[in-house]
Design a protein around this ligand. Structure first.
Ligand code: AMP
Length: 282
């Protein structure tokens, strides 16, 4: 496995990979590091397409708001590289901020109103920042495939939309959410949770599954949502940011369950923000 933090060196590594593997496709798995089994499941998904899997580790400042955790985002590069090497990744790109955004960098990507909906309401810079870094990585690496987790469902949707609208010749593959035994979706940010908070967090997936059952049984979304929010607050969550039912093919909010219905939630445990989503009918 080759590792580089330098764009030029990356180009050279990719060129020699291409020369040695004529016509082999490349799959890209972008990450922010502090890797877990969820990330590795994306690598596996990428390996189903091609042996040439490139991973990136970059904590992108443009997708963090001023009061968010950019400076404290968990890091363990040694462990990450060990995991990626074992998983069968060919190249890892680990740029620093200056390498990605040299002095004077000012280009932006604006993806429109969806950037302000759901998670974007509380994090207005987030999705434009994600699209900027993902576009840059696509241009640097020129993969045929990009693999992203359904854990960040709005992000996956927005990246598919950007790729389609900007005619990027890349197929975006979504990978299912990997969860702990108690249902909590794996996340690098779970390391922020203390024992008590971790116990409360484990209620989230169960509450979402119950909500889906109520909806399948014909309960009105408005009522089922209100009851679920109440229960989550009783469980110990501090604040519900949003809990919506959307059509997963449009991200339009819906009130009546259909086969594409998906529940999206973001909520706070003290100052720790958790997100999750599930299909209503699996
Ligand atoms: P991050 O390092 O948090 O930026 O995540 C990098 C990629 O891993 C994104 O495409 C995420 O959606 C995906 N991911 C994060 N957590 C999970 C999980 N529990 N299951 C599947 N994919 C995940």
């Amino acid at each position: 496995m080759e590792v580089t933090s330098n764009r030029l060196e990356l180009k050279n590594i990719l060129a020699s990979l291409n020369a040695n593997n004529y016509a082999q496709e490349v799959a890209l798995v972008p990450t922010m590091g502090a890797l877990h089994q969820g990330h590795l499941s994306l690598i596996d998904k990428a390996l189903e397409k091609t042996e040439q899997v490139i991973a990136t580790i970059f904590v992108n400042p443009f997708q963090f708001g001023a009061n968010e955790d950019f400076a404290h985002y968990p890091k363990d590069i040694t462990k990450d590289l060990e995991m990626l090497s074992k998983a069968g990744v060919k190249v890892v790109f680990t740029p620093n901020v200056g390498e990605m955004y040299p002095e004077g960098f000012s280009t932006n990507i604006s993806i429109g109103p969806l950037a302000r909906a759901f998670c974007g309401a509380a994090r207005p810079e987030h999705f434009d920042g994600v699209c900027l870094v993902v576009s840059k990585l696509f241009n640097l690496i020129q993969p045929q495939y990009g693999v992203f987790g359904e854990k960040d469902f709005q992000q996956l949707f927005i990246i598919k939309k950007m790729v389609s609208e900007l005619d990027m010749p890349i197929k975006i593959i979504g990978a299912p959410t990997i969860r702990n035994d108690d249902g909590l979706a794996l996340s690098s940010r779970n390391s922020y949770l203390n024992t008590q908070q971790r116990k409360i967090a484990s209620q989230l997936y169960a509450r979402m599954c119950t909500l889906a059952e109520w909806l399948q049984a014909g309960m009105r979304f408005k009522d089922a949502r209100a009851q679920t929010c109440q229960l989550l607050l009783e469980d110990g969550f501090s604040k519900i940011d949003y809990l919506d039912m959307v059509d997963q093919n449009s991200l339009d909010c819906i009130e009546i369950v259909n086969s594409s219905a998906r529940l999206l939630i973001a909520l706070y445990l003290d100052n720790i923000r958790l997100i999750d989503n599930i299909k209503v009918i699996t």
